[in-house]
Design a protein around this ligand. Sequence first.
Ligand code: SAM
Ligand code: SF4
Ligand code: SF4
Length: 338
Amino acid sequence: MISNFPVDKYQRPIKDLRISVTDRCNFRCNYCMPAEIFGESYKFLPKPELLSFEEIERLAKIFAQLGVNKIRITGGEPLVRKNIESLVKALSKIDGIADLTMTTNGFLLSKYAKSLRDSGLNRLTVSLDSLDEKVFNEMSGVKHGPQKTLDGINSAIEEGFENIKVNVVVRKGVNDHTLLDTLDYFIKKNIIVRFIEFMDVGTKNKWQMKEVVTSQEILDIVRSKYDAKPINPNYKGEVASRYKIDDYDNEIGIISSVTNPFCGACTRARLSTDGKLVTCLFASGGKDIRTFLRSGASDSEISDEIAKVWSQRDDRYSELRSKGISQKEKVEMYYIGG
Ligand code: SAM
Ligand code: SF4
Ligand code: SF4
């Protein structure tokens, strides 16, 4: 074994693991899985290609021994994978994992909130870009509006989930006029809204800089109604800049991955649906761990392989982007996990 706690070329340890449990989704957000590309004939991964829950659990234990203390279950839409609660249960028992969370679009959350809670999920992040039905449908590529997602959030509150976060991707001229409505609604429910700059993830969302509402512009919108004071990060490497909203016992976050990159403190690894280790959200590929694992490798051999990949990591895509250097080949977000 190389070392118990590997660091990469910029001395960044490996702390967070994001696991994409499925490449499928019941939404077609235009910034992630646009409907014109992910139509009926789109070929998703066949089941044998997916990591099984046993394989995910085994890898997660190895990652925990390498220093990971936080796991996020994501996708695609994690709640469309059958029996996801059993994976939650297994991951929640791993020594060293202090925080087990999930990112979901919330559509199926009413059905699963109780079993997720009972299985040991600590926290939830729900994605919801607008409360306005037309805007929501336009961004999510669905026809049913946000009510099921809102019901899901209410169920999660009833089941005792605390510190629920709501992710709002902001696109210029699309939902920026509805940000204050979203904030007004959630601030009263003690839910932390996090506004996210529209990112150039993958190659299919036709990203253009002119569609990005910068974090400063987002803050200006918030401050047109609320007094938002900056507060310190909860921990080194936190992706969102935090602001306390006056008169409320609540805060918001703004994630400025485009205009103010945070690569220097990035400790996130991603495990793709088919078992590739991806060391940056904007990477062009990943190291195939699944084949190695299925060939009978021992835990110690797998651990050495992961440590080796991590020690060679020199990713800092967002910083390079801000210097005008871009990358043509990029893996898609639904496959490596947002
Ligand atoms: N389906 C789940 C959901 O939507 O919450 C989990 C997977 S999704 C890929 C994870 C997060 O990535 C979501 O909050 C989504 O809004 C965000 N996301 C996806 N594409 C994005 C983009 N181009 N720019 C910014 N955020 C994006
Ligand atoms: Fe699905 Fe989430 Fe991507 Fe939207 S952002 S298409 S809900 S995976
Ligand atoms: Fe981390 Fe890559 Fe994002 Fe930089 S661009 S913060 S290295 S995932």
